[in-house]
Design a protein around this ligand. Structure first.
Ligand code: APR
Ligand code: PHB
Length: 389
């Protein structure tokens, strides 16, 4: 087979890029290892920067997001001494949209099918080849047969565990990583959200987050030891612990119910440099991971897609490769700023096992400064709603 842009990975990054390119008449083929249902069943986050929402609209996939997504003009931060609000609207003139990642992925698949875009599911052993030549290609098993897909460019949107990053020679890549000594135990419950905005809580017993998908579906997280497993926490334990971590007047309004999903995610910060090797380019989790405290995972994948899309359009429409040559540096510059924000939010709102009394005082001062200083709240708000592309 032959295409212009071969995309490895049918997650949000791969699908959004393929849809944007399709709208510009640039041909793509998406190779996905799993089935479509498996990809859609993944429960992930759901806070979209306006930049992301703009890309969805440009790709012609914004209708359901705009209809069912919830516009949030602010979020709350709770701590042992009380709580305060970050007014995104007043501080930045901007907002975020609460709309689940699985809904985003569903809309992108529907659009791709409607447009007749080619996606091959259950591809095994996808291997990028000849990346530093003029004609890179992918080999893979599909339908029990070995296949070859030739392309001008290979885009690795295959997540953290995919083959693309590994295709960059070890000597040519640098990996930066920080792991955190705790995880997030998350549940989904068919209960009304505790508040009409998200609540990020940094309590003595550790972090907690109150989020939502819509008025009848809530998403809650609590910081937990990495050694825990979801089976260690029955629903009552979860609700009781969540209540202990929220301000009393908030906790008493919590509507509890059976969890429909329960999982533990480790927290990690990770960046791979460069994000290009010859005619291979990395987008999204294939190149970087953030702890979820800043709600930046999906949004950073989108900013990569923004730069990659414009670089490919410049190449195919203007014969100009400057965008491709600048891609890695441009994407990384924004990625490191979101890495900093996600790391900062994680440090400010979680309790660390080896935390000293001094560390604790600094955390408390950080929250007090944020509560009383408008410039500090504006800095948080600007990162949260999304830094410019
Ligand atoms: N061959 C083909 N597809 C693969 C392979 C492979 N060898 N390995 C992985 N994939 C597919 C996965 O099955 C997945 O569907 O690549 C896709 C990668 O999608 P994501 O992991 O969702 O990554 P990305 O599209 O970059 O989206 C980033 O996802 O994990 C969240 O927090 C993260 O929100 C962020 C978003
Ligand atoms: C979520 O709704 O799942 C969510 C929201 C905000 C975060 C992380 C996760 O920071």
């Amino acid at each position: 087979m032959r295409t212009q842009v071969a995309i490895i990975g049918g997650g949000p990054a791969g699908l959004l890029l393929s849809q944007l390119l399709l709208k510009r008449g640039i041909d793509t083929v998406v190779l996905e290892r799993r089935t479509k249902d498996y990809v859609l069943a993944r429960i992930r986050a759901g806070v979209l920067e306006t930049g992301f929402a703009g890309l969805m609209r440009e790709a012609g996939v914004g209708a359901r997001m705009d209809k069912e997504g919830i516009k949030h003009d602010g979020a709350r931060i709770a701590h042992p001494q009380g709580q305060f609000r970050i007014d995104f609207k007043k501080l930045t003139g901007d907002h975020v949209i609460v709309y689940g990642q699985s809904e985003v992925t569903r809309d992108l698949y529907d659009a791709r099918e409607a447009a007749g875009g080619e996606t091959l599911f259950e591809c095994a052993g996808v291997t990028p080849r000849d990346l530093d030549g003029e004609q890179p290609f992918l080999t893979f098993l599909h339908g029990g047969k070995m296949n070859r897909l030739d392309a001008d460019f290979i885009i690795g949107c295959d997540g953290f565990h995919g083959p693309s990053r590994q295709a960059i020679p070890e000597a040519a890549r640098r990996e930066f990583e920080k792991t955190y000594p705790f995880g997030w135990l998350g549940i989904l419950s068919e209960t009304p959200p505790i508040d009409d905005e998200l609540i990020y809580a940094g309590s003595e017993r550790g972090f907690a987050l109150c989020s939502m998908r819509h008025e009848k579906l809530s998403r809650y997280y609590i910081q937990c030891p990495l050694s825990d497993s979801p089976e260690d926490w029955d629903d009552d334990d979860f609700w009781a612990e969540l209540k202990r971590r929220l301000p009393e007047e908030v906790a008493e309004t919590l509507v509890t119910g059976p969890s429909v999903e329960k999982s533990i995610a480790p927290l990690r910060s990770f960046v791979c440099e460069p994000m290009r090797w010859g005619r291979l380019f990395l987008c999204g989790d294939a190149a970087h991971i953030v702890p979820p405290t800043g709600a930046k995972g999906l949004n950073t994948a989108a900013s990569d897609v923004h730069y990659m899309y414009h670089a490919l359009v410049r190449h195919y429409e203007d014969g100009d490769s400057a965008g491709l040559d600048q891609y890695s540096a441009q994407a990384l510059a924004r990625i490191w700023k979101t890495q900093r924000f996600s790391w900062w939010m994680t440090n400010m709102l979680h309790r660390f096992p080896d935390q000293s009394e001094f560390d604790l005082r600094v955390q408390q001062a950080e929250l007090a400064f944020l509560e009383e200083n408008e410039a500090a709240r504006r800095a948080l708000a600007e990162s949260y709603v999304g830094l410019p592309y």
